[in-house]
Design a protein around this ligand. Structure first.
Ligand code: ZN
Ligand code: FE
Ligand code: FE
Ligand code: ZN
Length: 270
């Protein structure tokens, strides 16, 4: 009963393929349920900021995005299609985000951190910036923002939870303390953790989150969602065999699904 809860569309400006192609690939892969989760406009930037159309959809495109997903739901009755979104958590802009999210009938909201002090740290074209940064400090900043995001109550699941490892820069002091603090916050707030296969194709070459991070979360009763983070139709459900392996190894027994922002847990049978 595998599902893919993290798929993009060309509206964000850096994904390709028609939405129908994503759905058809999901059907071909035998998925029973998918959620589109394209990048929500940034709530801290003006509508005409150049990052809209490059990192995220434009504000004026959001209603059409929602309508397109709802329309696909009727065109493809053979698969469940959820209306999701991937929303950047911007510290101190919780009200603005809450307001924007309340205007559309989302089933599922993924929270993510792609910005540290307005530096898109996961953009490969801006990787030179790492040379000027202290990696330990960056990991602290990333997880401080992550934990605020979790506590904000705005998100159903946290996307690519250890994205800060993307280029393989690890802190000298180790990762353990960050993973522990994050797991504690997720458990306390009852927010899900996304198991995201895209990391396998990044320099770090491993699933987000690290196995130890996932194990810690599972031990504390945190539920998981699954996503490929597809930015092209053929990436839908990519490497889900490896996701399955990781879930099996870490003893994950359930998968979280969402309808109208309400979570239900479903047994995983391997
Ligand atoms: Zn993206
Ligand atoms: Fe993301
Ligand atoms: Fe994404
Ligand atoms: Zn993403």
């Amino acid at each position: 009963m595998f599902v893919d809860y993290h798929m993009h569309t060309p509206l964000c400006g850096h994904a390709q393929g028609e939405m129908e192609e994503y759905v058809e690939e999901a059907i071909r892969q035998g998925l029973k349920e998918i959620a589109f989760s394209d990048h929500l406009p940034f709530v801290h930037l003006p509508a005409d900021h150049p990052w809209h159309g490059r990192y995220a959809m434009r504000m004026e495109e959001l209603p059409g995005y929602c309508e397109a997903v709802l329309k696909l739901r009727h065109e493809y009755p053979e698969i469940k299609i959820k209306l999701g979104v991937e929303a950047d958590y911007i510290p101190n802009k919780e009200k603005e985000l809450e307001e924007l999210l309340s205007q559309h009938p989302f089933d599922f909201v993924l929270g993510s951190i792609h910005l540290i002090d307005d530096w898109p740290f996961d953009d490969p074209s801006l990787i030179d910036e790492y040379a000027h940064k202290d990696i330990d400090e960056l990991w602290h900043r990333y997880f401080a923002i992550f934990i605020s995001a979790v506590k904000s109550g705005l998100f159903d699941s946290m996307a690519h939870p250890d994205l800060i490892k993307k280029f393989g820069f690890f802190p000298r002091a180790g990762v353990q303390i960050h993973y522990e603090n994050a797991a504690e916050a997720l458990a306390e707030a009852q927010v899900c953790l996304e198991v995201n296969s895209a990391g396998l194709h990044k320099p770090v070459g491993e699933i987000y989150p690290a196995a130890a991070f996932l194990e810690d979360c599972l031990a504390r009763g945190v539920a998981v969602t699954i996503g490929s983070d597809a930015h092209r139709p053929w990436e839908v459900a990519r490497d889900f065999a490896k996701v399955k392996e990781l879930l099996q190894e870490t003893g994950c027994k359930e998968l979280a699904l969402f309808t109208g922002r309400r979570k239900t847990l479903h047994p995983l049978t391997f």
